[in-house]
Ligand binder design. Sequence first.
Ligand SMILES: *Cc1c(COP(=O)(O)O)cnc(C)c1O
Ligand code: SF4
Length: 316
Amino acid sequence: MQDLGDQTGFPTRLTPEMRALADRPGVAAQFLPDLRELGSVAGLADPIGDAVHSPTPGLTHRYPDRVILRVTLSCLVHCRFCFRREVVGDAGPLPEPDLAAALAYVAARPAIREVILTGGDPLSLSERRLAEVIDRLNAIPHLDTLRIHSRIPVVAPGRISESLAARLGQGKPLWFVLHVNHADEITLEAEAALARLTRAGVPILSQSVLLRGVNDRAEVLEALLRHLLRLKVKPYYLHHCDLARGAEHFRTTIAEGQALMASLRGRLPGTALPTYVLDIPGGHGKVPLGPEYLEKTAEGWQVRDPKGGLHIYHDP
Ligand SMILES: *Cc1c(COP(=O)(O)O)cnc(C)c1O
Ligand code: SF4
């Protein structure tokens, strides 16, 4: 049987761990291709504008103090809504000349305080190769922190070995940002992988994509966020689904996302609440999408409480 994923130009790919969960609707929809991808008419090849501020191949420098470095374009899974689906594939690690150029760019600019490793999935690199990249970053004195954005602890937890966790816990403070969208993705093995990271002293944040039919109900998001708190993972971002080609059927409206966030505020601890963000198409950066709780009126600030009540606040 021909793979529908091939027809879309983004082959089906999932790990044995995710295949084992493919009977769960919240998991299946994320990884199994859908005919609706073929009918995609809207959408952008580079929805968040990676290429707009790219001084060297693989590097994007959009904010003065931090850069993202795509150390590989490979991934162990292909999320159907991936905002880099036009480039994620088998290209493998960033070639050494490009890596060297990116590191030289960072080393020459003391204003850069953080390097964020992304991909593809940076942890799809071999442990040895990843360690080498991290060593080279640790050697740049003006970097304060490093960050890794990865889906691996969930989709291939066995790759988070004790030695890798220990490695990430050494050197410059490294913040781990886990991509996870539904509580059903989190197996006992994934919990153990996250525990290896936290025991090694690696702080973990999460980022999720708001996906129609997957996690666009308050109960579903609540279950995910509470589960993450129990695993010592601080929810960081909830991304509005980017304008990737073939992802239309996943996208909610912004108003729906705001209503969801409003329903979680007051119902969940503040520690469980991510910031709902939009990556503005064209490479203009990420901004919070609200909902808004504040309005300027003639009498002062009008503030809305989590139950919907209105209150006037005056700056003293
Ligand atoms: C998302 C992103 C970052 C990181 O943004 P934070 O708000 O610090 O998480 C940095 N650079 C680029 C180009 C990005 O797309
Ligand atoms: S894990 Fe990230 S980079 Fe990889 S396919 Fe999914 S969204 Fe894309």
